[in-house]
Design a protein around this ligand. Sequence first.
Ligand SMILES: [Zn+2]
Length: 95
Amino acid sequence: MDGILADGRKGTIWLCKKNNGHALGLVVNDKLILFRHAVEANNLGAGVTLGNVDSMSDIECDICKAKRTWHIGEAALERFIEKRLRSEVRNENRN
Ligand SMILES: [Zn+2]
């Protein structure tokens, strides 16, 4: 899911561990920018940025209290897996 910050930066919404969870922040250029408060993913306008999280840390969702650990490089890894899956699907269609 994509999101956009008030200052125009775009990124991927980083959700807590709950299914259809709460938005904890936005991943921009592989950096996590935390919202001051967790927000419902469909109500992103209320998000306020707090700053970058540079290394590994536990982020607590202040709506449901679920914790999720941010690993630096996670976004890059997800992109890599996504790309890999897409190319595998293409290869299957070719055979
Ligand atoms: Zn939550």
